[in-house]
Design a binder for this molecule. Sequence first.
Ligand code: KG4
Ligand code: ZN
Length: 341
Amino acid sequence: MEKKDIKILAIESSCDETSAAVVVNGREVLSNIIASQIDIHTKFGGVVPEVASRKHIEVIVPVVEEALNEANLTLEDIDAVAVTYGPGLVGALLVGVQYAKALAYAIDVPLIGVNHIEGHISANFIDHKELEPPFITLVVSGGHTYIVYMEDFGKFEILGQTRDDAAGEAFDKVARSIGLGYPGGPKIDKVSKNGNDDAIKFPKANFHDNSIDFSFSGVKSAVLNYINNANMKNEEIIVEDVAASFQKAVVEVLVENVLKACKKKKVDKIAIAGGVASNSCLRATMEKECGKRGIKVLFPSLKLCTDNAAMIGSAAYFEYINGRTSEITLNAVPNLKLGQR
Ligand code: KG4
Ligand code: ZN
């Protein structure tokens, strides 16, 4: 007998994007609607949690409707409802979680709570149909920086993580300090193309033990000091050079550490994930260094790097087929850890 396709309606509202998607068997995306709040938060220079929650409430119903319409499906066709329940902003998460719980209850299908970070990793299963664990993954987003050994679906070992700022957070803060505004990552990426990445030597944190942890607060402070010094001495600041030199310092340490993880685990496959995975310098450097070592490196397409519900639908499918669904009492867990259930 042919296996039935599993169609999951997934919802994501952990930060400043309201998204709904329909994903079949964890790999095929029928729709992936993303309502971004970037324009609203840009005025404040960053995400304002209370504003984010209110906006999610306003748009969640039409976003879900659009996801179903674009997939050419009705609620009757849906086999399970998936939702991000952490980590993220509590008020923002709650909107998606409450909506998904009510919907799953009303249409009488299983509810699947998904860890947002696992969702980011799963974006790779959509774009790389043949990809299966084990592999090493580097998750670099606005809130998280992890090097993880994904041994199997749902089985994660954290090998390294940031001890202070997340990689994306460092991009955003540095962008603000050099007047590029919010969100900083894409802006630094863009202006760096016209800059000299050897112009300024910014420090890289290396820990003495065998750790492959990260620290980005040092490089962030070094950029701030550089700007303050130049301002005091009335020296010209070449924004493109500062951006390119900062980006290089961050990318170098990300690449070095993820390669160390491959060596440690004797793995020759890497999947990168999260918003910073769209960084062009990270992509190019990873490809170059992995090419030299015969390591395969995979990235999600740009749309699936930043927050979206399709990646949540993919992660949910692998939970579902392994018999892991959630109770209707599911709650938002703002500081949910990777692999924690
Ligand atoms: O994964 P994501 O959409 O949200 C979180 O879960 O945090 O990541 C957003 C982060 C922001 O910090 C943004 O500045 C960064 O990803 N980002 C980038 C680029 N595009 C987005 N950082 C560097 N280069 C980029 N091209
Ligand atoms: Zn994210």
